[in-house]
Design a protein around this ligand. Sequence first.
Ligand SMILES: *[C@@H]1O[C@H](CO)[C@@H](O)[C@H](O)[C@H]1NC(C)=O
Ligand SMILES: *[C@@H]1O[C@H](CO)[C@@H](O)[C@H](O)[C@H]1NC(C)=O
Length: 565
Amino acid sequence: MTVLRQEVKRLLVRVFALRWSKDDCSILDPQRFRMRSVRKTVLLAILVSVVLVLALLHSWPTRTYTTVDVWQRPVPLLDRRLEERLSDVDRQLGNIPFHVRDNVAILLAQNGCVCEGERGGVNLPFAQLLFPRVSAQPLHTAFEASELEEIKRRRAKEYDSFQKRSQTPADVLMVAEANNPLQYPTQGVEVRPLKTIIIPGLALHDLHRDHHSINITTTLGTLNVAAEVDGVKVKGDGEMHMSVSSSLLPNLNRQLQFVTYTNTLFHPSTADTVQIETEGHQAAFTIKIHHGVTPKLYNTGSKGDYNISALVTIATKTFLRYDKLQDLIDSIRKYYPTVTIIIADDSENPQTISGSHIEHYIMPFGKGWFAGRNLAISQVTTKYVLWVDDDFIFSANTKLEKLVDVLERTTLDLVGGAVREATGYTSTYRQTISIEPGEEDGDCLHMRRGFHHIIQGFPNCVVTDGVINFFLARTDKVQQVGFDPRLARVAHMEFFIDGLGSLHVGSCDDVIINHATKIKLPWVGQSNSDKTYAKFRYPLASSDATQTKNGLLFFKNRFQCLTHN
Ligand SMILES: *[C@@H]1O[C@H](CO)[C@@H](O)[C@H](O)[C@H]1NC(C)=O
Ligand SMILES: *[C@@H]1O[C@H](CO)[C@@H](O)[C@H](O)[C@H]1NC(C)=O
């Protein structure tokens, strides 16, 4: 009905516009004539608009909408045929002997993953620091034994629907069979939703027959021909099943060059499986249906050296520690006087933080760690965001230009730096993450210290999967992954686990930020805010925070267990 209302409004506006333009024309006319003409015009306008409204109401709705099933399912025909064929081949080859190569065979993933920790090892203080051992942790313990079955059932249901949403027919295995006379595109055919393209590369090779024919079948769109070729019969044009036949092979092939595909079922990102067949031979290929990716570009200002104020926003989350936060701000200002600092704050009695280029966002008390990170990054308007903890201190080694340079000159989305403790110990906390597929119990999550490669041109930088709490990232990518606000207290790697597969992560150890002392010496009294802070931030291992974390890994990310060192 709002559409109708808008339409009526538009028409009325047009009618009145007509009246006004008539008035304008009549300015030169005698007064009396003008008055009469105005009255006549008004009457006419009212009459016309009433008629138009009635006509509109009568003919509404003019456009009929079809109801469609938007769930994608694999093409059943294709599935069955492929399995039949492949097992045919298997039977013929089954008798040929072979020798397994253990070192390669072991690399192939097996169904059902396991999480196993390492046993034994030295039992010394700092042993874990010096000789890190792998420990394994089941995640289902986050739930009571009585509710576990129900939780598993619900997780399976959500996972099923996630798979339906995230997979397209372009993910289905397809095999091009040997000695097939059909020529067709194997990949790279794309169409925008509800638009039309020519299908490139279709042809039939000579089978020494008198009559040649080819059938094309689609599931999400219709077929047609953009031109007709003499001596070729086209049946089913404008439909989902089209036959093209001719006794002249060159003519048939010429005709195939004009076959078009029109997507008719709207979906912003999916694929249509097109099947083609001629006597005795079948093939299939996919046409990707999707909108182009809308770029999000940032105007980074004039050329020359990197202007950090124009490129980077520093984001942090604070809770009670105003003295530490002020030290951080002062240290930033020493090196970057005009860079914007965004602070998310969920303290109970928030204090005022003054200064230019500072945005201070007050949140409900105790909203939590990731909620604060999420709020802070949501307000960033520069191309990059630098994440720092509120107890970090900038130094002459905190060269943001270096991190910007890495992101500007590589395809990385996020690059971490190093944090130097008061003791002088510097860490980059590089972690690799891998996921082994499991069955109904869920997948196995493995985290290990380390990295994958050194980055060419940046000898101090490596590619990895997770880094420390001090990193520079593309704003739009971090916003896409987001920080799960359910993780209120201790959390960090969860962000990188959520981002696995979409974040390209690096780490450089030559950009260093200092960490204000964490380990309090016993003879130095803790301030009240430090005590309250410690209560929230470092809960006991068995407490609710760990349970929440494990529960999310188990349900949200569908893991059964976790190993790490
Ligand atoms: C093409 O499809 C028609 C039905 O539309 C069928 O009769 C014919 O046998 C098919 N031809 C081939 C070569 O599969
Ligand atoms: C750097 O960017 C800031 C913020 O956009 C701007 O005010 C400043 O003039 C720029 N500095 C230079 C040297 O371009």
